[in-house]
Design a protein around this ligand. Sequence first.
Ligand SMILES: Cc1cc2nc3c(=O)[nH]c(=O)nc-3n(C[C@H](O)[C@H](O)[C@H](O)COP(=O)(O)OP(=O)(O)OC[C@H]3O[C@@H](n4cnc5c(N)ncnc54)[C@H](O)[C@@H]3O)c2cc1C
Length: 414
Amino acid sequence: MKVLVMGAGVVGVTTAWQLLKDGHEVVLVERLSAAADETSFGNAGAIAPGHAYAWSSPRAPMTLLRSLWRNDQALRFRFSLDPALWSWSWKFLRQCTAERYRRNTQTKHRLCAYSKAVLHEVVAETGIDYDRQAGGILYCYRDPAAFENRRREMAILTDLGEDLRALDADQAIATEPALAAARDKLAGAIHAVGDETGDCRKFTQALAALCAEKGAVIKYDTSVTAIHASGDEIDKVMTDRGEEVADAYVLAMGCASPQFTRPLGLDLPIYPVKGYSVTLPIAGRNNPPAINGIDEDNLCAFTRMGDRLRVTATAEFAGFDKSHRPADYSHMLAAVRDLLPEAADYDAPDYWAGLRPMTPDNCPYIGRGRHRNLVYNTGHGHIGWTMSNGSARIAADVIAGRSPAIDMSGLDIR
Ligand SMILES: Cc1cc2nc3c(=O)[nH]c(=O)nc-3n(C[C@H](O)[C@H](O)[C@H](O)COP(=O)(O)OP(=O)(O)OC[C@H]3O[C@@H](n4cnc5c(N)ncnc54)[C@H](O)[C@@H]3O)c2cc1C
């Protein structure tokens, strides 16, 4: 079968790989000049089933409300006239009950855990080097009340088999000695033993090259302009370089996906949520962490990727604006420097900002809608690197007519 995949982020490229493994003829179209040049470019690199908690929690409405008047660097929600933001926010708030929070977290965890296993298979079969760091992720807490809250919530994930260990400050430092300077600031940490990290862009670009070697036709600098349907079937995709006709189509265009599904009668509630990321060099004199982590009070991740330290933070509702200035990074850099003063060369920052394709319940859309030859694989939000390889396997299963290996409730076109 000939399959056209739209979008060469981590989700599109992993999907292309799984389709090739199934023996399909694959064409991948991407508007930019390289794979993983949009949201998959500079993320925190966490493969984190141990942190699959939904953002839409019972605490979220108050956090959002507070951010309206506080100059909070972690969450920036501002009044806006954008009707898409209001519609998305209403749907998000409806997901913030205790019962939906638990269910969405369980659904995300199901996909995250499956996806980590598929990632390991792909790495075993390809040997891709992507600066993987295993040994878990340390979720660090400064505020004792927040630490206590998370300890109580941990059962949602430990009941599903996730190995999460609550550590006091001394145990956290014994686990990651680079945190020693922050002894007085730490209330404790949760060690998610099975989590790991790696460079999503490096992985995606290497896998795209292997897809091309395996026969995929990758068309960079090619923008999808419209998806044409007749009845319950897609008959072609228009691009700025001509039309593409295939037997099946996969939509993996991240934040851009809704603009192409609306004319097909499907209003996907995916809203861009901006995040900031800065990459710092690590030299011989530095003392980088051997175990990566998150400063949970500042929602700020620190990840060693080979000879670089990546620091990411912030959820900002700014539409499709990806602009950034050095001042946007001062709070997050100060927070990480406070915990890990010697981790990297803090005076040589390389700044980036990207847009998370967030759905109201934080779960992606994978599978068919009303067009029998169009498969959605989009809306992976803040945890799409973690979910990508499993989502790709599922999309390929749907195209092959196989049942996916996991229960798809909460992950389909709902
Ligand atoms: C600051 C930050 C930190 C993050 N940290 C983590 C983390 O630690 N762990 C984790 O699991 N996830 C993390 N994420 C989330 C993760 O990066 C995303 O979920 C993931 O990259 C989404 O992948 P995607 O392929 O769906 O989207 P994208 O990477 O955006 O890919 C979509 C592609 O479609 C292309 N496209 C769009 N429109 C068109 C068109 N008209 N024609 C052709 N091509 C088009 C785009 O150019 C793009 O290449 C983070 C995100 C951010 C912003």
